[in-house]
Design a protein around this ligand. Structure first.
Ligand code: HEC
Ligand SMILES: [Cu+2]
Length: 432
């Protein structure tokens, strides 16, 4: 009986070890949201701090484990053991004070770099190269802002993100476009409950708290100086600049994955976001595209389009014009969504849809239509738009497009036919 149960116990222990090993095999440090594969000084500082803590903890673990094992083997009861209990070393002042001292020392070893990292990631470093006047060649920059770094206001909503660029007069949603290698200041606010901004490979995490403005800074990739130092780069200034530009191009320009990291209600797990890191010129082009917004599908002025809609709507009979019509009228879309250029689409309760068709995901990163080569998969995008409008509550339970305080599209089933949803989706696909 005794033998059978100890055999069973061994079997269970073996099974647990095997399952654990198999599960650990699933851990991959090179995933798209890995904190081990850092791309910038903030995430790197946080990674280094993490590793210090890991080493200190490992040291304690090994030491305590070793004492434990020695005690276990040396003093274990043997067959026909007649030895008395070993002497009990309870309350030895030397040992106790020594252990307290050692604990304090280890905590200090962790505390000093922790405090340094907190200050470092909070205070925006001075960087001449990052001043807007130095690198931003696009439009809309006030002279007073030339000495400042780019500021982005991150607004958390249940369950999506608005990114405002106040110095440039633009807003976007869910996909934050930023220039590579520049220090950027983030102002973090929430419109409802507490959220948390986490862009693992670049920086994380700072909470967005209602009624409060938090601040952090990020930088995708190293600064020129830091890059030079790390690579011991030598050469003429021109060569160095070219090599640095190449580094940004090859290693930093990319599409990064982020996530709300503070439980915030029904669809918290579906509150993702993305960040596209681009070069200075591409960034300036993007800003001017957003500023300019969209024209009417048939190239009329917006005033003409609206008077045609009034006087002879039958002339706006193709799918795209009808899609726009539905977007502005029965679909109620423009009450919550803004589309730059369109003077009557000014809603603010939902994401700004300017250039929404150029984004590689939608519904705060939950529906993906990024093809493998990094371009928009248009067939998938159409499907995503359609599904989102048709059954937004299924895609993201509880979301505020479906269930607003009055005015949501929850009853849309009766309002729009599948054919009308098709037209709206086709119209949305023109917003690129
Ligand atoms: C009551 C306000 C409201 C109305 C009306 C509304 N929306 Fe939305 N919409 C939202 C909100 C809020 C979100 C963000 C939902 C989320 O991701 O949690 C959203 C998200 C979207 C998105 C995804 C945008 C992105 O960047 O991920 C699209 C596209 C969209 N809506 C299209 C429409 C269309 C088309 C209509 C009309 C049929 C419409 N919306 C009507 C509030 C609204
Ligand atoms: Cu959230």
């Amino acid at each position: 009986m005794k033998n059978a149960s100890s055999g069973l116990r061994k079997l269970i222990a073996l099974a647990i070890s095997l399952i654990t090993l198999t599960l650990l095999g699933g851990c991959d440090v090179n995933t798209r949201m890995s904190t081990f594969d850092t791309k910038g000084p903030v995430a790197e500082t946080q990674y280094e701090l993490f590793m210090i803590t890991v080493w200190v903890s490992t040291f304690i673990f090994v030491l305590v484990g070793a004492f434990y094992l020695v005690a276990m083997f040396k003093f274990r009861e043997k067959k026909n053991d007649t030895r008395p209990l070993p002497t009990q070393g309870h309350g030895n002042p030397l040992v106790e004070i020594g252990l307290i001292g050692a604990s304090i020392l280890l905590l200090v070893i962790i505390a000093v770099p922790t405090l340094r990292a907190i200050w470092y990631t909070h205070d925006i470093p001075f960087s001449e190269e990052s001043q807007l006047g130095e690198w931003y060649q696009g439009d809309g920059l006030a002279a007073a802002e030339e000495d400042n770094v780019l500021t982005i206001r991150v607004n958390g909503y249940q369950w999506w993100w608005a990114f405002d660029y106040p110095q440039l007069g633009i807003s976007t949603a869910n996909e934050m476009v930023i220039p590579a290698g520049k220090v950027i200041r983030l102002e973090l606010r929430s419109k409802d409950v507490i959220h948390s901004f986490w862009l693992p490979r670049i920086a994380g995490k700072v909470d967005l708290i209602p009624g409060r403005t938090n601040q952090m800074w990020i930088q995708a990739g190293d600064s020129f100086e830091a890059w030079q130092e790390k690579n011991n780069a030598t050469g003429t200034d021109e060569e160095l600049r070219a090599a640095y530009a190449q580094y940004l191009q090859d290693e930093i320009h990319n599409y990064y994955y982020g996530q709300c990291a503070e439980y915030c209600g029904d669809s918290h797990a579906r509150m993702l976001f993305r960040s596209t890191v681009v070069g200075d010129d591409e960034f300036a082009d993007w800003v001017s595209d957003i500023k300019q917004g969209h024209t009417t599908p048939n190239g009329m002025s917006w005033d003409d389009w609206y008077s045609t809609l009034n006087d002879s709507p039958e002339t706006l009979s193709d799918d795209i014009n009808q899609g726009l019509n539905l977007f502005m009228t029965r679909g109620k879309c423009a009450t919550c969504h803004a589309v730059n250029g369109n003077p009557r689409a000014l809603g603010v309760a939902g994401p700004n849809l300017t250039k929404v068709a150029s984004r590689l995901s939608m519904a705060a990163g939950w529906l993906n239509h990024r093809a493998e080569d990094g371009s928009v998969d248009e067939a998938q995008q159409y499907e995503n738009f359609f599904k989102w409008i048709k059954e937004t509550d299924v895609v993201k339970p509880g979301n505020r497009m479906w269930k607003a305080n009055g005015g949501g599209i929850g009853e849309l089933d009766e309002l729009l036919t599948d054919d009308e949803i098709r037209k709206i989706s086709l119209y949305l696909q023109t917003l690129k």
